[in-house]
Design a protein around this ligand. Structure first.
Ligand code: UN1
Length: 510
């Protein structure tokens, strides 16, 4: 049933500024929408939640003119003052964390604690970015010439484009936007076509803060829309940096388009993450971690564990405990308290799961538990464990659902080889207590991923580190550490404060 917005249990939608029909473009500080009308669907029952009128290309053009203009103003505001605006965004999020988390759960389908966790991730990013706004430091470099000084000044890029995916419909916006804003850039955001209500609710919150501070709304410009808007962003020379989250296939296309115009890309693409359990591992810790990593968000995180590599001596013990744990997983409405596994995001994801299972069987995979979709009005499937050879072609692909491949190994070297044998390189984890194993794992001949963990799951990264991966994952790094540098341009400045003109490399010119 479509929610009745007036009913008490759906009151939170109104409080997030949503209506049964919404405009999906926030440009030049006003809501508009002249594109196609889409319906947001609840994945737990495939019933409509509300309608959204997407941005048209004309909406895009008009909004982009204002956004590029606003960048000139925003970049001249001192960075710590920009930080103060991001601090206020964080505070606004704090007051709405339950509501927004609930909306994430309702529209995306992840369970409520994960929905709230996702909003918390943006709040963390706001806090981080506030501190960062006083630390956008450049270096001073010794000059080889007398009476000269060399230094680096970090300047804003202008406009940063952020294209996000359905699985983290707002946290990934937070990773990019919080940093981009304190760095002095305006932000253009295209959320996923199937999560437009989250895009609108999140934008409402940011827009209110800008308005309260008498700043142009165009500093934060939002488009609900599909491929046409995505392509416009990729082609737009007013956008020097495009951050894209999605499949490797689309990411490659975005990168080629942006690079052709000498723009830069930050890519956050597919993962195929492994957990290795060594013979000395704490088995209980490993089993709990695998459960969260493989079943959490119904296997729809880019950091989801898809491959479990078990040492032959503990193979059966871990597997028995894991199969037992899988059988206890409660599948159901993501808003209900006991639920651990919500629906897949769309009916197409469910079909994709079913096709994946057929391929797994045809490639010699043995289903140990699960393996079927569940008859219901929602997109529910069973959490699934498969015994399969590491050489089966399906193992190299990212099947976006709760399907875990279990593989057996004998030596650490062999486990690392299997870990590194897939095209993707996002996240990885090993369970062991031996220092020599830990240091080999994180060293040059260890995991080839961007995220290399020990005794924790592959997912659930903190925002303080740089997030991203290698190979087909795209090479981008977002959120913490020195990721901010990508949202700025570096000016290397050499200043002569003397009256001579000594040349570098000792050149005597005339
Ligand atoms: C994603 O799946 O696109 O590490 C991002 C994690 C989360 C982010 C996942 N912090 O699982």
């Amino acid at each position: 049933m479509a929610p009745n917005f007036a009913k008490k249990e759906y009151q939170f939608l109104r409080e997030l500024g949503l209506a049964p029909r919404n405009q999906g473009c926030y440009g030049s500080g006003v809501w508009r929408g002249h594109g196609p009308t889409v319906t947001s669907i609840n994945p737990a029952n495939n019933q409509p939640i509300a309608e959204v009128v997407e941005a048209s290309i004309e909406d895009y053009e008009e909004s982009m003119v204002a956004c590029a203009e606003a960048a000139k103003l925003w970049m001249q505001i001192p960075a710590p003052k920009r930080g103060e605006i991001v601090r206020q965004i964080g505070d606004a999020l704090r007051t709405k964390v339950q509501h927004l988390g609930r909306l994430v759960s309702l529209e995306m389908g992840k369970i409520l604690p994960e929905g709230i966790g996702e909003v918390q991730e943006i709040i963390d990013m706001c806090d981080y970015a506030v501190g960062l706004s006083r630390q956008l430091n450049g270096s001073i470099i010794p000059s080889e010439r007398p009476n000269h000084m060399m230094m680096e000044v970090w300047n804003p890029l202008g406009v940063v484009g952020v294209i996000t995916a359905f699985n983290f419909p707002c946290a990934v916006l937070g990773w990019n936007a919080c940093i981009a804003l304190v760095c002095g850039n305006t932000v253009v955001w295209k959320g996923a076509p199937t999560t437009p209500l989250i895009t609108i609710a999140m934008t409402n919150l940011v827009a209110e803060v800008l308005e309260k501070n008498n700043l142009p709304g165009a500093i934060f410009t939002t488009f609900c829309g599909g491929a046409e808007i995505g392509q416009a962003i990729a082609h737009d020379t007013r956008i020097p940096l495009v951050s894209f989250t999605g499949s490797s296939k689309v990411g490659q296309f975005v990168q080629q388009t942006v690079n052709r115009r000498f723009g830069k890309c930050l890519l956050e693409l597919s993962g195929n993450n492994a957990i290795i359990v060594m013979d000395d591992a704490d088995i209980q810790l490993a089993v709990r971690s695998v459960l969260f990593a493989a079943v959490g968000t119904a296997g729809q995180r880019c950091t989801t564990c898809r491959r479990l590599l078990l040492h032959e001596t503990i193979y059966q013990t871990v597997l028995d405990q894991l199969v037992e744990a899988y059988k206890q997983v409660k599948v159901g409405d993501p808003l209900e308290k006991a639920t651990l596994l919500g629906p897949l995001h769309t009916p197409a994801s469910k079909v994709n799961f079913e096709k994946g299972i057929d391929i797994i069987k045809s490639q010699g995979g043995k289903i140990l538990t699960g393996g079927s979709s569940i008859e219901s009005e929602g997109n529910f499937v069973q959490p699934t464990i498969v015994e399969i050879s590491p050489d089966a072609p399906i193992v190299k692909e990212e099947l976006f659902g709760p399907v875990l491949y279990v593989l057996k190994f004998q030596t650490l070297k062999e486990a690392i080889e299997i870990n590194n044998s897939v095209p993707q390189g996002l996240s990885s984890s090993i369970f062991t207590r031996r220092p020599e194993v830990i240091f080999r794992w994180i060293g040059p001949l260890g995991s080839d991923c961007g995220i290399v963990n020990v005794n924790i799951p592959t997912n659930g990264a903190e925002i303080g580190g740089a997030f991203g991966g290698e190979k087909a994952t795209g090479g981008g790094r977002e959120a913490g550490s020195d990721s901010w540098k990508q949202y700025m341009r570096r000016s290397t400045c050499t200043i002569n404060y003397g009256s001579e003109l000594p040349l570098a490399q000792g050149i005597n010119f005339g």
